[in-house]
Design a protein around this ligand. Structure first.
Ligand code: FES
Ligand code: MG
Length: 576
């Protein structure tokens, strides 16, 4: 559709640099102090390159270079790039969990864009929570925004075996605990599992959320699948810088891209990728910023219609590098055909359908045809019942089919430390039918819903050959994890959800076909237990933690802060 471009005077930054007053004299003289003349910036869109580089974030190790490449593109297109660093949420290192800080990154991003003379932005993220955090903030700020995904790292290698982040860590750790893998082998795996910059190359939260960002129309076509270390990734960075300048002149804002249809596309892509359960929380929160109500049940509905096509670990066998070589996300979306809304607008000014023209699958073993999917139904089930009145999530594609219908006695752990202290106890009253329950690990309880939902299998059962059990928690699970793990139980136990009332030996019934999770305890007994239940003392908190405790919403609401949903519109700070 033809758009009439903005004039230079209509640029938001014009009020900082273009006016004839004392303040703009200050802005211009200070730009000169930074080494820039009027030729560098006058009349040009100012592009914030919001960079989540950090020396402690291996997934973003290449972002110093990539920021230069983004800026090269911005200059080429006649913009004025300024790098604005933002908090780096480094999944491997940040404790207790990066999820505690997703909303802080979102707030920082929104306020950076609000307070500085910015006309548009390039968001540089990829490691798990950075993608939703950046996009949530930019959506609320409402300025033209484009996302540059970090790209997956290259495949890992141990002897003759390909290694995938997370998934293979869990796998070989279980073998080490069972005594079938030695220290020498374990050390060799440590050497080979992460060998290049880039985010996890399995279908973890990173690969899931960057794919979702592309499906939402927030990246250039094909951007999310390119391995970080490949030169096409550099060229994509330059092209991303070029494009944002045009998007600013076109005044193409996130609100125009982020429609319910775009979110439905993102949900379908997450399902077709066999994506991380974390996407459920993040996409609900991201939609909330765009003023769109994305219900938990949208994921279940999509899972019934959309097959899993990406044969990537942990649901499948391959890794993101293979996925890129097989045609990448464009090929997968082309294969989804009519399961996507093709007329949604994307940041390059074209529709999603136009961006998919000519895309094709080069390796059907990695991107499976719809006629021969990895699984005919999607990988996510939303369950409700007396144990989870507001819902919970099960990644069926990573679960054991024989456990999807299961009745068993609960064994309850109160928090991670209790679980860690007792799980390998030889005298633990547990067998393969036991339902392992971890509570006190939700948004408030964790705090921040740590990824503890894949409870370890008790050592004595591992030795007996048990590889999966039904596990239930109010925590999350890494996208690289697997097993029959019911997650995100809402309300969480600390908020007084029924999980808080559960006792050892109570019979729990998981019926995935009916989408239910129930507690076989009489109502009167639960009422008695509730009467004697007292909420745990809040953890002593200060600063950001206080804000978090007061305002975090439950998992089914996306765990955003209650005062951050929606957008304040494009920020218009007064100049004085
Ligand atoms: Fe950064 Fe997995 S640790 S994406
Ligand atoms: Mg992760």
């Amino acid at each position: 559709m033809p758009r009439s471009p903005l004039t230079a005077e209509e640029l938001r930054s014009h009020r900082w640099f273009g006016a004839d007053d004392m303040r703009s004299f200050g802005h211009r003289s200070r730009a000169k102090q930074m080494g820039y003349d009027a030729e560098d910036y006058a009349g040009k869109p100012v592009i914030a390159v919001v960079n989540t580089w950090s020396e402690i974030n291996p997934c973003h190790a290449h972002f110093r270079e990539r920021a230069e490449e983004v800026k090269r593109g911005v200059w080429q297109a006649g913009g004025f790039p300024l790098e604005l660093p933002a908090m780096s949420l480094s999944e491997p290192f940040q404790k207790p969990t990066t999820m505690l800080y997703r909303n802080l990154l979102a707030m920082e991003t929104e306020e950076l864009l609000r307070s500085y003379p910015v006309d548009g932005c390039v968001l540089m993220g990829g490691c798990d929570k950075t993608t939703p955090g950046l996009i949530m903030g930019a959506t609320s700020a409402g300025l033209p925004s484009i996302f540059l995904p970090a790209g997956p790292m290259l495949k890992g290698r141990w002897r003759d075996t390909t290694l995938g982040s997370g998934s293979d860590t869990w796998k070989y750790w279980d073998r080490k605990r069972a005594g079938t893998l030695g220290d020498q082998e374990w050390a060799e795996i440590e050497d080979g599992i992460a060998r290049s910059p880039g985010h996890c190359m399995t279908m973890g939260t990173a690969s899931t959320m960057t794919a979702a960002a592309e499906a939402l129309g927030l990246t250039l076509p094909g951007a999310s699948s390119i391995p970080a270390a490949f030169s096409p990734h550099q060229r994509m960075a330059v092209a991303t810088g070029r494009r944002i300048v045009a998007a600013v002149w076109d005044d193409l804002r996130p609100g125009e891209l982020l429609t319910r249809e775009a979110f439905d596309n993102a949900v379908a892509v997450v399902v077709a990728m066999g994506g991380s359960t974390n996407a459920v929380i993040h996409l609900i929160a991201m939609a909330g910023r765009a003023g769109i109500d994305l219900p938990l049940d949208a994921f279940d509905a999509a899972s019934r219609d959309v097959p899993v096509l990406a044969d990537i670990r942990p649901s499948g066998a391959h890794l993101m590098e293979d996925f890129h070589d097989a045609g990448g996300l464009r090929a997968l979306m082309a294969e989804l055909g009519g399961l996507l809304h093709r007329d949604t607008l994307t940041i390059n000014g074209r529709t999603l359908g136009e961006n998919l023209d000519g895309a094709e699958v080069h390796d059907p073993a990695v991107i499976r045809p719809r006629a021969d999917p990895l699984s005919a139904q999607g990988g996510l089930a939303v369950l409700r019942g007396s144990l989870a009145p507001d819902g919970c999530v099960l990644k069926t594609s990573a679960a054991s089919p024989e456990l999807l219908q299961h009745v068993g006695p609960a064994l309850v752990f109160d928090g991670y430390e209790d679980m860690a202290a007792r799980i390998d106890d030889e005298d633990l009253d547990v067998d393969a039918d036991t339902v392992l329950v971890l509570r006190g690990t939700g948004p408030l309880g964790g705090p921040g819903m740590p990824e503890w939902g894949m409870l370890p299998i008790p050592k004595k059962l591992l030795r007996a050959g048990v590889t999966d059990m039904v596990r239930i928690s109010d925590a999350r699970m890494s996208g690289t994890s697997y097993g029959t793990c019911v997650l995100h139980v809402a309300p969480e136990s600390v908020a007084g959800g029924p999980l808080a009332l559960l006792r050892d030996g109570d019979v729990v019934e998981l019926d995935t076909a009916r989408r239910t999770l129930d507690l076989r305890v009489p109502e009167e007994e639960l009422t008695r237990r509730r009467a004697s239940w007292t909420p745990p003392e809040p953890v002593a908190a200060r600063g950001y933690s206080t804000l978090f405790h007061r305002h975090i919403t439950q998992a089914d609401q996306g765990c955003d802060f209650d005062f951050l949903t929606g957008s304040g519109g494009v920020p218009e700070p007064a100049i004085h």
